[in-house]
Design a protein around this ligand. Structure first.
Ligand code: HEC
Ligand SMILES: [Cu+2]
Length: 494
């Protein structure tokens, strides 16, 4: 730990050896190649009056060599695991030897070497250290550190400057991206009481998005640009150790934020599900691919969702077939509709703006999912009362008209056309009394019996050329009288 490197080239060693006497070098390495490399590098510079006096690989050998060979400088092979460099430093630099010891890493092929010190020190301290080292050995000159080769460890002043610049960049990005997020109108009109707490959550979300985006992208772009590798720079990056204070901060801050979100989210959930004592009850039935809205208090079945303004509606949601999802973007709240008796779901909506909206299915539910829309009309209480009255007026005594109403209300027309065009199911135009080919090769006359069977048990006889996709639950709520009306309606389509 704490080993910093100072890159140097051999000319440094020249200046190191400015003593008039010959410099006696002892090499500590178990690899003969290392000694060869050092020797040939030294030979290339005759102005350096050096002599390699020996080679050792253990501290004991080194102690012997110290007595017999009297070296001035010990060059320790940094990359040799067999040489215990800590021991060398301890014994020679700080111990009784008081010799000049250099940790050396030879670079392949080049006139270049890396000199290491094992102690932790800032770049600015290195020169002092080198001074001290030369004083110990009586050498007058320190190992020079060339200016363009100062280690990459940034100075405090530099770090501060980077912090401020990067901080400014991030701040600008936060403001910019938050401004963008809030001005491109991601959120439609707020048309329900429940929309407000949800939008508060969204706003918080936008802030979190802006901060995280800017922090990540800003710091990344800053680093890519400012700390890019310059031409010719072959040095390693600085060795960076952990920073406990930073780690505590980046753990605690998100933790607190997430806890706050959990609290804030549950408060919002409480607000969106708050119950009025006397809500308007509605059953919302999703079916492939239409919506049905039933008002048990008035006996109304409608394909439009009509609601009085400023009155909470309590929706009971269910599906006749697959999973659908009730979503009116202006109301914000959203709820899945699940098939099966035991899976009714509740949703509370209090519309606060008179207007027209659209329910859209928010769960992919098959071929015509995209078209599973229904109008939503929020009316004043007076208009709503008038609508109720119109809907509950005297029932027509024409079975064809009644049958037509049933097929509209129950969404049959999402799959069956009355004009001969082909949809997901066979057209009803001219079908009554005709011969219908079935997919088992037989054929059947379309009569009263067959239609009843087709509605009650649609999976039994499948019309040739069509898939068995007619929802089994779609006719489950139809009374026998309603089916008679449907038959009359189909019969009328000739
Ligand atoms: C999701 C699409 C879909 C819906 C909704 C739907 N059907 Fe069908 N229906 C079909 C398909 C597909 C067939 C043909 C395959 C079959 O026989 O099951 C069919 C067949 C029929 C037939 C037999 C027609 C023929 O030409 O032989 C009748 C009658 C019928 N449906 C009535 C209804 C009624 C009434 C409703 C509304 C309560 C309804 N369907 C809703 C898809 C649908
Ligand atoms: Cu759907």
């Amino acid at each position: 730990m704490g080993i910093r490197n100072v890159k140097t080239n051999l000319s440094s060693l020249t200046t190191m050896n400015s003593s008039p006497d010959q410099l006696r070098v002892l090499i500590a390495s178990s690899h003969p190649l290392f000694a060869q490399g050092i020797s040939s590098l030294l030979e290339k510079r005759p102005e350096m009056d050096t002599e390699v006096v020996g080679m050792v690989s253990t501290i004991d050998e080194a102690m012997d060599a110290l007595k017999n060979l009297h070296p001035d400088l010990v060059i320790v092979d940094y990359d040799d695991d067999q040489v215990n460099r800590e021991e060398f430093l301890a014994r020679f630099v700080e111990g009784e030897g008081r010799l000049r010891v250099v940790l050396f890493s030879l670079k392949e092929g080049g006139d270049e070497a890396i000199v290491y010190d094992r102690r932790t020190m800032a770049a600015s301290q290195i020169e002092d250290w080198l001074d001290g080292l030369s004083q110990r050995t009586g050498e007058p000159e320190p190992l020079p550190v060339e200016p363009d080769e100062t280690p990459e460890q940034p100075k405090r002043r530099d770090s501060m400057r980077h912090l401020i610049l990067a901080g400014l960049l991030v701040a600008v990005l936060i403001v910019g991206s938050y401004f963008l997020l809030t001005t491109i109108e991601l959120l439609p009109e707020q048309a329900s009481l429940q929309a407000k707490p949800i939008d508060d959550l969204f706003r918080l979300d936008f802030i979190a998005i802006a901060v995280l985006f800017s922090l990540i992208i800003g710091l990344m772009v800053y680093s890519i640009v400012v700390f890019r590798r310059r031409k010719g720079d072959e040095t390693d990056g600085p060795h960076i150790e952990g920073n406990s204070r930073l780690e505590v901060v980046w753990t605690l801050v998100p933790l607190l934020f997430v806890l706050f979100l959990a609290y804030y989210g549950s408060v919002a959930l409480g607000k969106t599900t708050a119950a009025d004592p006397q809500p308007l009850r509605m059953d919302v039935i999703g079916t492939q691919w239409s919506w049905r809205f039933e008002y048990p208090a008035y006996g109304i079945i409608s394909t439009e969702m009509v609601m009085p303004v400023n009155k909470q509606a309590l929706l009971n949601l269910s599906s006749t077939d697959v999973i659908h999802s009730f979503w009116v973007p202006e109301f914000r709240v959203k709820q899945d509709l699940l098939p099966g008796e035991d899976f009714e779901r509740e949703l509370r909506v209090t519309p606060i703006e008179v207007g027209e909206y659209k329910v859209r299915c928010a769960e992919l539910c098959g071929r015509n999912h995209y078209d599973m829309l229904a109008p939503v009309k929020v009316l004043s209480q007076a208009d709503f009362d008038a609508w109720v009255e119109a809907q509950t007026g005297p029932v027509s005594d024409d079975p064809v008209l009644r049958g037509q109403a049933v097929t509209q209300q129950y969404g049959c027309l999402a799959c069956h056309s009355t004009d001969g065009s082909e949809m997901a199911g066979p057209t009803w135009l001219g079908v009554y009394g005709s011969q219908e080919a079935l997919n088992d090769g037989t054929s059947v006359t379309v009569d009263r019996e067959y239609i009843i069977k087709s509605i009650r048990e649609p999976g039994i006889q499948i019309v040739a050329g069509f898939q068995n996709i007619m929802p089994a639950g779609i006719g489950a709520d139809l009374t026998d009288e309603q089916i008679e009306d449907v038959i009359a309606f189909i019969e009328s389509l000739q």
